[in-house]
Design a protein around this ligand. Structure first.
Ligand code: GSH
Length: 227
């Protein structure tokens, strides 16, 4: 059986979990927050999530895992068949990853430690996020799904990107980032309603105490340079 490694407070983990549930692929979850050499053998950069296939191969990187699942389990497709339409979906995901998720994520240490972020870090995050927003305004249709009539991987991906943008980026920058893209908030609310999203959210809530304990322990051992 497929094994999904990671923890339920990770938005990237939840993207893969969503795909597994959406496609009704049998899988087991292995709880891990971080690890040593054994973990690097499964996830070479040491990041969550990673996946072990039915025949024992391991790999990491969320979009790589999702593409593997899509190609191996083509039922309940999350990409259009047409290559150009598929590229359009992947473009939305890549823009969301590089220009929305990552600038917010770079502020995560300040959010967890409570130390004020250096002004340069805030300015950089705002600049990159602005570029992402400009692109998303052009790319997103929300009619009713992010790229049009059909639910795709971009809906799943951006929904969980938005959780980091909302909880980290918006708070650190004191800026309602998602409100900048017309239709994004309403669409995001709709995405939260599905049974799969509710299951994932319930699991995330259940993981919260352990995740916070892990973060407290991490911060006790690793100093976060702040302003
Ligand atoms: N590029 C990776 C990023 C994954 C990632 O940043 N995961 C976080 C958890 S949400 C993590 O492992 N953080 C610990 C670390 O960076 O060492 C992906 O797309 O899967």
């Amino acid at each position: 059986m497929i094994t999904l490694h990671g923890f339920a407070s990770s938005n990237y983990y939840n993207i893969v979990k969503y795909v597994l549930l959406y496609k009704s692929i049998p899988f087991q979850e292995r709880l891990i927050y971080s690890g040593g050499e054994d973990w690097l053998a499964i996830s070479p950069v040491g990041k969550i999530p990673a996946l072990t296939t039915e025949d024992g191969q391991h790999f990491s990187e969320t979009t790589v895992i999702c593409d593997y699942l899509e190609e191996t389990y083509p039922d309940a497709p999350l990409y259009p068949a047409d290559p150009a339409a598929k590229a359009g979906i992947r473009q939305i995901m890549k823009v969301a990853e590089l220009y929305l998720e990552l600038p917010s994520r770079r502020l995560i240490a300040y959010a967890f430690s409570g130390k004020p972020a250096p002004q340069k870090a805030l300015d950089d995050a705002r600049h990159v996020t602005n570029r992402g927003l400009t692109a998303m305004k052009r790319l997103c249709a929300f009619s009713p799904y992010i790229a049009g009539a059909d639910m795709t991987l971009a809906d799943v991906y951006v929904h969980y990107v938005n959780s980091v943008v909302n909880s980290i980026g918006s708070r650190q920058l004191d800026w309602d980032i998602l409100a900048e893209v017309p239709g994004m908030r309403e669409w995001n609310r709709g995405m939260r309603e599905s049974q799969i999203a509710r299951t994932i959210e319930a699991d995330r809530k259940a993981d919260e105490p352990d995740f916070h304990a892990y973060i407290r322990d991490f911060l006790a051992k690793n100093a976060v340079p702040g302003r």
